[in-house]
Design a protein around this ligand. Structure first.
Ligand code: NDP
Ligand code: GDR
Length: 375
């Protein structure tokens, strides 16, 4: 995919108007704008919205390597204008002018703010940058939406903010919409700021803006330095003979892990309600990292204790010990519930990573890749 094809594509305006098979003119398609479209959730949300008949515009940031691996399978060259319903544009949450410009060009009906420096441990290393993107970035986008509405009168726009269970931090479970926040990292504190900016824009300007407070959600597309994917990648590579050891930090932390594909549906559901509100999205089941290891290694007949070593480097200056959501409001009001359970999720990830490791092995055996190389 050439980078020239990604940038500068003009927006489709307020949704292109498809013609039905019988010649009738169908209502214009809804238009969604997604920040963080190249991330795990962005890729699932794009698939979900395209299936719902939306035109999807994604903001991507410039990087020295292509960063669109997770959406390449749904990308159609914009020169095929009648077929391409996902379009990509360069922007950055640290660049307010780019956000306003694309809003004015794309004229979205729904805006999903998924972009973030989303790694908790890394946020201790780059706290200033994390706050700029996660907290102030959300404020920049809210302000761009507010000023876009003021200039155009397009007050029907709806905004989704990707909030996190990390905001609860050290407050004990079960955590619901009424549980006090006690963030334990620069990332979590920044997400709290973004949460309150969103509430404030709703109260101050009447913006239709929702906070989704999502607990951990994983998939075969999860970034490889989050613990679940780090484990399933290692299981695949160990099983196929490409790796022997896996170095991890705190195995006693508990997380409420769900499947990302289920969670993006909840984001969309929030924006379809009559009134904007905030919702916790969770499976209501919690497991330790050690339990994840048991199931993941056990699923391919391996004993994790033979392979895992503890490395202090992966411990955090402040840990979040125990997260378990109470998502009764989302279940009642939105009618949402998770479809994929814990064991099914782990198996899905292990199965995909075994296949990936097999492909890597072909490259290693052919001399195209070093076995030690972690792609
Ligand atoms: P990822 O880390 O997979 O994706 C983050 C996305 O943000 C990527 O597309 C990344 O681009 C983009 N991004 C990073 N910095 C910037 C920037 N300065 N400007 C524009 N884009 C940027 O995260 P997930 O998909 O897992 O999560 C989506 C959102 O939900 C995040 O906000 C995350 O904090 C939040 N969240 C995630 C949960 C989870 O369990 N997954 C749970 C709760 C909240 P690039 O591809 O170039 O890196
Ligand atoms: P988390 O996810 O911090 O919950 O944030 P992560 O997978 O990074 O950590 C979960 C738990 O595992 C422990 N852990 C390790 N973590 C990593 N990354 N690497 C290790 O080697 C390791 N060993 C043990 C951690 O200490 C932690 O307790 C994710 C992100 O997606 C956030 O963006 C999101 O907001 C929250 O989930 C909800």
């Amino acid at each position: 995919m050439a980078s020239d094809n990604k940038s500068g594509g003009s927006g489709s305006g307020s949704g292109s108007t498809p013609t039905a098979a019988n010649g009738d003119v169908a209502p214009p398609r809804k238009v969604a704008l997604i920040t963080g479209i190249t991330g795990q959730d962005g890729s699932y949300l794009t698939e979900f919205l395209l299936n719902k008949g939306y035109d999807v515009h994604g903001l991507i940031r410039r990087s020295s390597n292509f960063n669109t691996q997770r959406i390449n399978h749904i990308y159609i060259d914009p020169h095929n204008a009648h077929k391409a319903r996902m379009k990509l544009h360069y922007a950055d949450l640290s660049d307010a002018s780019s956000l306003r410009r694309w809003l004015d060009t794309i004229l979205p009906d729904e805006v999903y703010n998924l972009a973030a420096q989303s790694h908790v441990a890394v946020s201790f290393e780059i706290p200033d940058y994390t706050a700029d993107v996660v907290a102030t970035g959300a404020l920049r986008l809210l302000e761009a939406v507010r000023s876009h509405i003021a200039a155009t009168g397009r007050s029907h726009i709806r905004y989704y903010q990707a909030g996190s269970s990390e905001m609860f931090g050290s407050t004990p479970p079960p955590q619901s919409e009424t549980t006090p926040f006690h963030p334990r990292s620069p990332y979590a504190a920044s997400k709290c700021a973004a949460h309150w900016y969103t509430v404030n824009y709703r109260e101050a300007y009447g913006l239709y803006a929702c906070n989704g407070i999502l607990f951990n959600h994983e998939s075969p597309r999860r970034g490889e330095n989050f613990v679940t994917r780090k484990i399933t990648r290692a299981v695949g590579r160990i099983k196929i003979g490409l790796q022997r050891k896996l170095f991890l930090g705190n195995l006693q932390a508990s997380r409420d892990w769900g499947f990302a594909g289920d969670y993006v549906e909840a984001m969309w559901m929030m924006l379809q309600q009559e009134k904007p509100d905030d919702y916790v999205v969770a499976t209501e089941e919690s497991h330790t990292v050690e339990e994840f290891l048991e199931v993941a290694f056990g699923s391919v007949g391996l004993n994790w204790r033979d392979h895992v070593e503890i490395d202090k480097r992966y411990f955090r200056p402040a840990e979040v010990d125990n997260l378990k959501g109470d998502s009764s409001k989302a279940r009642k009001v939105l009618g949402w519930k998770p479809k994929v359970g814990f064991e099914q999720l782990v198996k899905m990830m292990v199965d995909e990573d075994i296949e990936l490791a097999k492909r890597e092995k072909v490259l290693v055996d052919a001399g195209y890749m070093d076995a030690q190389q972690q792609p």
